[in-house]
Design a protein around this ligand. Structure first.
Ligand SMILES: NC(=O)c1ccc[n+]([C@@H]2O[C@H](COP(=O)([O-])OP(=O)(O)OC[C@H]3O[C@@H](n4cnc5c(N)ncnc54)[C@H](O)[C@@H]3O)[C@@H](O)[C@H]2O)c1
Length: 365
């Protein structure tokens, strides 16, 4: 089952393709709108190691010259230095405004590579080839690109929509289990804010085992998430309103990532803990939940961070440098009930600390 999902925004219209072993066909279709004799490729180093022998002939079959640059794995690549290296690669090798830039990797490569595409020559045609579950269901869709700054996560960036997204699930065959679990956090986020069915789909998927899951189950899970994100982005491309709901758990998550120096906790792990904290804060501010959908997934996550290394004061302080802050208040995406997200400004530090405690209890002492 191959799927083409339309993504329509005020600035562009493109397709996200989902399916197994679709790279060649989907790339040919995507490039037909961008005729060129040259292709530039930014590729995650691990994806290069596992998949270049399959990708290279597909790229060369397009007829143009292909120049590629490997991006070191990990969040540290979302830096000014790494971004600057990409601009050097593009500009020193004769990129032109119509030269497609193909970005192949997880959310890290996609975010920084997308930002390079957005800014080099004021915008190159960007083809996203996400290779992690997280990037397929979330980061490759919707046009948020960017890098981190010492002051906080994703503080430098641009909204820049892709020309196409190709989610070829064959890439996931080499994805380590830990990365499947990271991606699951963003999947569960869609369940929490929008569609309860996703929890059931995620459970079925886990029961079958990540790598042995039925192709149609995986395709459906990914395409359901993409459709939800596309629908939200279509209504609110620049996060003036409902797009913020996609940040459920993320205000806590970004502070945790910063406290761990973007090293000992992954984005997905931080988002799962962030959702536990956001659910608790929802309860502390008046919501009541009869079911605990996230609880079933808790045992999947293991953390490399010790609770003792984190201070509630510092974590809460870090939330103040997040983009979702106004004045003294911190804006949270909370749940009135499941699938009913709401934006709430909270300035009661005691409540925020109580919410943090629920997340930190998951960590080693
Ligand atoms: N732009 C957005 O809207 C958005 C949304 C959600 C998250 N994000 C960002 O996404 C990032 C996290 O993305 P991620 O979880 O994909 O992490 P990642 O890009 O760091 O990839 C995780 C790991 O998997 C490896 N990898 C990637 N594909 C592989 C494959 N097919 N086989 C084997 N190994 C593979 C990578 O080398 C890396 O070690 C964070 O920086 C987060 O802020 C952005």
């Amino acid at each position: 089952m191959n799927l083409e999902i339309p993504v329509r925004t005020s600035s562009s219209r493109y397709s996200a393709y989902v399916g197994r072993d679709i790279l060649s066909e989907a790339l040919e279709t995507s490039l037909s709108n961008h005729p060129t004799d040259k292709l530039f490729v930014l590729i995650d180093e691990n994806v290069f190691k596992h998949h270049w022998s399959r990708i290279k002939p597909v790229l060369h079959s397009t007829g143009g010259t292909v120049q590629h640059m490997k991006i070191p794995e990990g969040e540290k690549s979302k830096s000014l230095e790494s971004y600057s290296g990409m601009l050097d690669f593009l500009l020193n090798n004769g990129v032109r405004r119509n030269t497609p830039l193909i970005v192949i990797g997880g959310g890290v490569t996609g975010d920084v590579g997308g930002f390079a595409a957005a800014t080099a020559l004021r915008g190159l045609p960007l083809i996203h080839i996400p290779t992690t579950l997280l990037a397929m269901v979330d980061s490759s869709i919707g046009g948020k690109t960017g890098i981190n700054h010492e002051a906080g996560k994703n503080l430098i960036g641009a909204f820049y929509q892709s020309a196409a997204v190709i989610a070829d699930t064959l890439f996931l065959d080499t994805l380590p289990e830990r990365e499947w679990i990271n991606g699951l956090s963003e999947v569960l986020k869609y369940g929490a804010i929008k569609d309860r069915k996703i929890f059931g789909m995620a459970e079925m998927f886990l029961d079958q085992g990540f790598k042995s899951a039925d192709v149609s189950v995986l395709n459906e899970l990914i395409s359901t998430c993409i459709k939800i994100k596309a629908e939200i982005v279509e209504q609110d491309e620049f996060e003036g309103g409902i797009r913020a709901y996609l940040n459920f758990g993320h205000t806590f998550a970004h502070a945790l990532e910063k406290a761990c120096h973007y090293d000992t906790i992954s984005h997905g792990e931080a988002v799962f803990l962030g959702m536990l904290a956001a659910k608790k804060l929802s309860e502390l501010t008046g919501s009541f939940f009869t079911e605990d959908y996230l609880n079933k997934f808790r045992s999947l996550y293991t953390y490399r961070v010790s609770k003792e290394r984190l201070s509630l004061e510092e974590l809460t302080q870090f939330m103040h440098s997040d983009k979702k802050r106004t004045g003294k208040d911190i804006n949270f995406v909370l749940l009135e009930k499941w699938q009913h997200p709401v934006l709430k400004a909270v300035n009661d530090t005691q409540l925020i600390h109580q919410a943090w405690a629920v997340a930190l209890d998951e960590l080693e002492p």
